[in-house]
Design a protein around this ligand. Structure first.
Ligand code: ATP
Ligand code: MG
Ligand code: MG
Ligand code: MG
Length: 569
């Protein structure tokens, strides 16, 4: 590839909109461009990286015995009604109608489509087990798309689904996929950890998340310093022995207002300092009849944004408080979700500042030792549980019994689940067994955030000048920078001949044939992060040599032109 025929699109300045390093460099190096909130165009350089990640994932899936398919991104609503997720999935599910007013969704995940397919295509136990994957665009209407492609609304996922007639068989495939995931992240050259995860609303027996370690990560993961134990914080909490820690201190304020009409009013009224990392406020409403119930939970992030968990969602959750019915809550708040109507409310508010380090949110309740844990705005209501609070903090004894807890930030790049029969049951997916009996299948599902990996790799591999790609996913293996080529025929000839040699050898090479100052070219290639730069300059040509710069180490060496292909393959 010649830069003169290429869309390099590098930027000198850091766009103000980009909060994290990976997003800044993805914009500056010309990897992506924003189209609308959470939607990106992949420019040629970004696409080359994305395809490399995709290919490594594909190769390892195939090696693990999974077979590739491609399902539609637009899915009919009736499949989601059949599985029950039409009602359960919440606002991340984008719904749309076609010209005949038939309802559809943009697929955030594909359990429904694949379960339907398998129930139609597979009739006998003899055809199983099967592990089917695709690499495809997903859409989730994230409440807060951010960090560029790290949390986009449209993103590329590899999703695999396995089907089995027995739990043992599912466990075997789960282990095969776990191992395949480890190989993928090793080949990608990333510092990653598999951690035990909560199965949450999906249910099932086992789940692991794969995290790339990075300070910008949105999740907290808990490790033991004395064993291999690693879990996400919710799971570490769930595993921690009861009574290990006393409930953290809370400041409980009881306030009464006739005038709270909106979520913003609540914040103003409570005089909430949004600079503080207060993560949770649980607002408990009391109706005229004296019944109390959680009305709304506000989630404040360090970056001054106020989010809400809708009143509707919190209703119907078992709580140590006397619960009002959903109708009563709605009557009490005078409206549906999202705002508190002009009804007089008594609002005891518990601010749990100690929860600031947690990945999910812990809401207090006005009864000792009872709290809502795992509260988050993209969770099902079924996930809200009332249990003893067991914050896991650094220095705690590890739940595995060996060592103490260390907490690090991670970026969730993969997630595997033993799903069990949830979808197969709902969608009547079964086969005829050897015995002649019809049996419902048991399933596993396995996701990898292909586009998120590109950003995660940059979080781990950069310096102040730009990206330092792991070689396996660099957009080009090598760049050729000729010094003042347009003034020296010798430099031009040599650069052209090295370029040809690379092309012939199948090396992915970017030949910088622009009429630019060398400094401009160097800056661009450092920014893009090509692992090697070959510098062709007049002064080394008498000795038939070029300079070779290693992007990662910064080391420069003189290399005989004839030997260059031995070094870069
Ligand atoms: P998160 O906790 O970050 O919202 P998730 O648990 O909702 O992710 P899964 O349903 O487990 O995501 O999907 C599988 C993988 O898809 C995730 O591990 C992640 O790598 C990727 N992914 C999920 N949501 C996004 C997104 N909005 N943008 C980019 N990648 C995503
Ligand atoms: Mg999510
Ligand atoms: Mg997650
Ligand atoms: Mg997940």
């Amino acid at each position: 590839m010649r830069t003169s025929k290429y869309l390099l699109s590098t930027l000198k300045e850091t766009p103000a909109s980009a909060e994290v390093i990976s997003h800044q460099f993805m914009l500056r190096a010309g990897l992506v461009r924003n189209v609308a909130s959470g939607l990106y165009t992949w420019l040629p350089t970004g696409l080359r990286v994305l395809k490399k990640v995709e290919n490594i994932v594909r190769e390892e899936m195939e090696r693990a015995g999974a077979i590739e398919t491609l399902m539609p991104m637009v899915q009919p609503a009736d499949l989601w009604q059949e599985s029950g997720r039409w009602d359960d999935y919440g606002p991340e599910l984008l719904r749309l109608n076609d010209r005949h007013e038939r309802p559809f969704v943009l697929g955030p995940t594909h359990e429904e489509v694949i379960t339907k397919l398998i129930s139609n295509e597979v009739a006998s136990y003899k055809q199983l087990p099967l592990n089917v994957f695709q690499i495809q665009t997903k859409f989730r209407d994230e409440i807060r798309p951010r960090f560029g492609v790290m949390r986009g609304r449209e993103f590329l996922m590899k999703d695999a689904y396995s089907f089995h007639t027995s739990d043992d068989c599912l466990k075997d495939t789960y282990q095969v996929m776990y191992d395949a995931y480890c190989r993928i992240f090793e080949r990608l050259g990333l510092d990653y950890r598999p951690v035990i995860a909560d199965t949450g609303s999906i249910g099932g027996d086992a789940s692991h998340e794969f995290h790339v370690l990075a300070d910008s990560g949105e999740d907290d993961i808990a490790f033991s310093d004395g064993s291999d134990f690693a879990a996400n914080v919710e799971k570490a909490e769930a595993l921690a022995p009861a009574g290990e820690r006393p409930a953290p201190s809370q400041s409980i304020e009881k306030v009464s207002t006739p005038n709270v009409k909106s979520i913003a009013d609540v914040a103003t009224f409570l005089n909430v300092d949004t600079n503080q990392t207060v993560k949770t406020l649980l607002v408990v409403g009391e109706s005229a009849e004296g019944e109390t119930a959680p009305v709304v939970a506000l989630v404040l992030r360090g970056d001054h944004e106020l989010n809400e968990i809708k009143a509707e969602k919190l209703a119907g959750v078992a709580s140590p408080l006397e619960m009002a019915s959903e109708e009563q809550i709605k009557a009490a708040v005078g409206c549906g979700a999202g705002s508190i109507g002009p009804v007089e409310l008594t609002v005891p508010v518990i601010v749990d500042r100690s929860a600031a380090h947690l990945a999910d949110f812990v809401c207090g309740a006005n009864q000792d030792d009872f709290h809502f844990t795992g509260v988050n705005w993209d969770r099902d209501a079924s996930n809200y549980q009332v249990e003893d609070i067991r914050n896991v903090v650094e220095g705690d004894p590890s739940p595995c019994g060996s060592g103490n807890i260390i907490i690090k930030r991670g970026i969730e790049v993969g997630h595997i689940f033993q799903l069990g029969k949830k979808y197969a049951d709902a969608m009547n997916c079964g086969v005829l067994m050897e015995s002649g009996k019809h049996e419902t299948l048991t399933m596993g599902c396995y996701g990898i955030g292909v586009s998120r990996i590109v950003a995660a790799a940059i979080e781990q591999n950069h310096d102040k000048y730009g990206i330092k790609w792991p070689e396996a996913i660099a957009p080009f293996n090598v760049a050729i920078v000729p010094m003042n080529m347009h003034k020296s025929a010798r430099v031009q000839e040599t650069a052209e001949s090295i370029y040809q040699r690379f092309l012939d050898a199948g090396v992915e090479v970017l030949f910088d044939d622009r009429k630019e100052r060398p400094g401009v070219m160097f800056n661009d290639h450092e920014l893009i992060g090509t692992p090697y730069i070959v510098i062709v300059g007049e002064r080394n040509l008498d000795a038939q040599q070029v300079e070779l710069k290693n992007r990662r180490t910064g080391e420069k060496t003189l290399v005989d032109i004839d030997k260059i292909l031995d070094i870069i393959k």
